[in-house]
Write a protein that binds this ligand. Structure first.
Ligand code: IPE
Ligand code: IPE
Ligand code: MG
Length: 249
């Protein structure tokens, strides 16, 4: 436990939170507004949660911004989401950098326009040396995509004679996933009432704690975030062992 990390000062160590920011469309619909208004409001909620993570001295925040499957949405919504992504990358990065946040983007980035890829490269380069919160944006990300790309990298190494097939173990797979080197997610939050993973992080959720809330993402705020963290601390993470064994430690 570390006194300078408020989120670790009680209960379980909390390093990494991952969030499925869901419910933007329904939030807008309730207000008779276009779905895009919900996405814009969602960006404001995200800004507050990133600030809360910085205040709480979390190591990593990973958010699901656009899934591999979200291309199936109407072309107009996809186009507006891309515009919002580009605007956010342009406008938010300076503040992130001032707050010592290291920005990363995980996912199949080749599908994005040259403009967006350029903005991602600039933002990542600008913040690369920051040693505060690692803020991972999962964009055109899918847990299955991640496992497939890791498998491909490993297969190529075997093919090139750099490693043997029988040397492949869990550590090898982890090392080739797009979040390699970061603490595994400890807490998974999904807003918007659905209780599913929707092809977000898969491998690393093996022992993650889940928190679902009906709150729609644009209404999500620091108070509910801290409630989720409190709920996390109240749990006994047994990792296969018995509760009695943990008390003996
Ligand atoms: C999540 O909100 C944002 C993205 C998937 C980009 P939704 O757009 O899925 O909102 P609902 O689920 O339709 O309310
Ligand atoms: C998951 O939400 C993806 C993001 C939040 C970016 P969806 O709204 O796309 O998930 P499903 O389709 O309801 O499972
Ligand atoms: Mg949704």
């Amino acid at each position: 436990m570390s006194a300078d990390n408020p989120t670790r000062a009680k209960g379980n160590a909390l390093k990494h939170v991952c969030i499925i920011m869901d419910g933007n469309g329904r939030w807008a619909k309730k207000r008779f507004m276009p779905r895009f208004a919900g996405h814009k409001a969602g960006l404001s909620a995200l800004r507050k949660i990133v600030a809360a993570c910085v205040e709480e001295k979390l190591e990593v925040l990973t958010v699901f911004a656009f899934s591999s499957e979200n291309w199936r949405r109407p072309e107009k919504e996809v186009g507006l989401l891309m515009e919002l992504f580009a605007t956010a990358l342009t406008r938010e990065v300076k503040k992130l950098n001032e707050n010592n946040v290291q920005l990363r983007v995980i996912g199949e980035l080749s599908a994005f326009s040259d403009k967006i890829r350029g903005l991602i490269d600039d933002a990542v380069a600008l913040t690369a040396d920051n040693d505060g919160l690692v803020f991972n944006i999962a964009a055109n990300y899918g847990g299955r995509w991640d496992m497939a790309q890791a498998t491909r990298q490993i297969a190529l190494k075997v093919q090139a004679g750099e490693m043997k097939a029988d040397e492949i173990d869990e550590t090898t797979i982890e090392a080739h996933l797009s979040m390699s080197g970061l603490a595994e997610p400890d807490l998974f939050i999904r807003t918007g009432g659905e209780q599913r993973i929707s092809n977000f992080v898969l491998w690393q959720l093996a022992y993650c704690e889940f928190f679902f809330t009906d709150t729609l993402w644009p209404d999500f705020n620091k108070k509910i975030f801290l409630d989720a963290i409190d709920s996390f601390h109240a749990r006994q993470r047994r990792f296969g062992r018995t509760g009695e064994q943990l008390k003996e430690e």
